[in-house]
Design a protein around this ligand. Structure first.
Ligand SMILES: Cc1cc2nc3c(=O)[nH]c(=O)nc-3n(C[C@H](O)[C@H](O)[C@H](O)COP(=O)(O)OP(=O)(O)OC[C@H]3O[C@@H](n4cnc5c(N)ncnc54)[C@H](O)[C@@H]3O)c2cc1C
Length: 379
């Protein structure tokens, strides 16, 4: 979707070419802004996990015109099955379709999603510079003077910090903000061949370490598991990751048990301690603004961090098109995003706390259902 053109700015620098940065760059370029995109990674890669794309996230990708490509390269489904951890079926959550023609929910491999977004960035002829960050930002009335890490400089009407949870833009321009905080849990992920017969998303609850499976294509899935974080786990090598995850799955049945019995050392396995933070307002300072995890980093309990990042990029462009001046647009952007992102972060952290306290899985399921219902409302 292109929408009204933007007259409040002519040029923008987007720092960070991940999910939120690319969504922002695409949304601004489609509305006529001359965008430069930079990323610290010289190869502009993303690690090999799968990602769950909920209905609201698919809706945001539809606004970017990327839904068909995601449907073709990923996997979509209409339901999530809830099991006891031993594989006993509890109930099916029917995922409502929130817009006509929109799939209910789905999954895709992260590198594939990145390729789809990168292709759109290239199609829009957005200049991309890699292996680069910003070293200094000087916000002036008529624009932001930028010094890049390779010694070059530039001037932009707007600078967008989409450089994720350890944001350099945030460190440079937002002294009232702080780092994300550990939540006490860690997330295991394995990317593996699809268990035979799996035809929906699956959750395995009622265990200290809940897990779930999402299809990411015709023959691939990823499985996640949440555990209480122990410091030593931050330093595991590949062999330890394999052996520990297999042991953590010892009590599980159904397709989680199938994954335990069929996982190999060649499968991609990752462990990551979880952090979250809702940065305090304002999310803008003069002509510098934050989107995505730089402003609203959440845990994966609602599988909505990427969706929030894409929505933020779209809303930023919409508000810049609506307002006559940058200050009004950035405040309107913040007003539209703050409570929605707060809901995602607070609910995700609360679900994690409940899991750590071995709370009732039914309360867990209701919290997820209620929050996902709120997220289905228009953004
Ligand atoms: C374990 C786990 C599982 C998750 N699962 C899901 C899920 O299933 N569904 C979902 O919707 N969300 C999920 N998320 C959340 C989701 O991954 C993030 O919310 C989303 O990627 C945020 O997008 P972003 O653009 O802000 O950051 P990113 O996608 O991380 O992109 C940031 C980019 O900035 C670049 N960069 C970093 N520093 C600099 C710098 N100083 N200068 C220039 N560039 C820089 C990086 O190279 C990267 O390309 C999960 C998160 C975690 C931790």
């Amino acid at each position: 979707m292109t929408g009204e053109s933007i007259s409040s700015i002519a040029t923008a620098l987007v720092v960070g070419g991940g999910i939120g940065g690319m969504a922002t760059a695409i949304s601004l370029a489609e509305r006529g802004v001359a965008v430069d995109l930079i990323d610290l990674d010289p190869e502009w890669r993303v690690y090999g996990a799968g990602i769950t794309i909920t209905g609201p996230t698919l809706r945001a990708y539809r606004r970017l015109g990327l839904l068909d490509a995601i449907k073709a390269a990923g996997a979509i489904t209409s339901k999530t099955r809830l099991f006891r951890y031993d594989g006993t079926h509890m109930l099916d959550l029917d995922e409502p379709v929130i817009e006509e023609g929109l799939p209910a929910t789905g999954g895709i491999m992260r590198p594939v999603l990145h390729q789809i977004m990168q292709a759109r960035v290239r199609e829009l002829a957005i200049p991309v510079r890699l292996g680069l960050t910003v070293d200094a930002l000087d916000d002036r009335e008529d624009g932001v003077a930028v010094r890049f890490s390779d010694g070059t400089s530039g001037r932009y009407d707007l600078v967008v910090g989409a450089d994720s949870v350890f944001s350099k833009v945030r460190d440079l321009a937002f002294p009232h903000m702080g780092p994300a905080q550990p939540t006490g849990q860690g997330c295991w992920r394995i990317s593996i061949a699809k268990p035979p017969g799996l035809d929906a998303g699956e959750f395995f609850l009622g265990h200290a370490n809940p897990c779930g499976i999402t299809a990411c294509g015709p023959d691939r899935v990823y499985m996640w598991m949440l555990t209480a974080h122990e410091d030593r786990e931050s330093y595991m090598d590949d062999e330890e990751l394999f052996v520990t995850l297999k042991a953590l799955l010892a009590d599980f049945g159904g397709n989680a048990g199938w994954i335990r019995d069929n996982m190999t050392r060649a499968d991609w396995i990752n462990y990551r301690p979880l952090v979250a933070v809702l940065q305090p307002q304002d999310w803008f300072n003069g002509r510098i603004v934050l989107v995505g995890d730089a402003a609203h980093a959440t845990t994966p309990h609602l599988a909505s961090g990427a969706g929030m990042a894409v929505e933020s990029g779209i809303v930023l462009a919409e508000e810049l098109a609506r307002a006559d001046d940058v200050g009004t647009a950035l405040r309107a952007y913040q007003d539209r995003r703050f409570d929605r992102c707060r809901d995602v972060i607070e609910t995700s952290v609360a679900v994690g706390k409940l899991q750590l306290e071995r709370g009732d899985p039914k309360i867990h399921a209701h919290m997820l259902e209620d929050a996902l219902g709120r997220l289905n409302l228009p953004f």
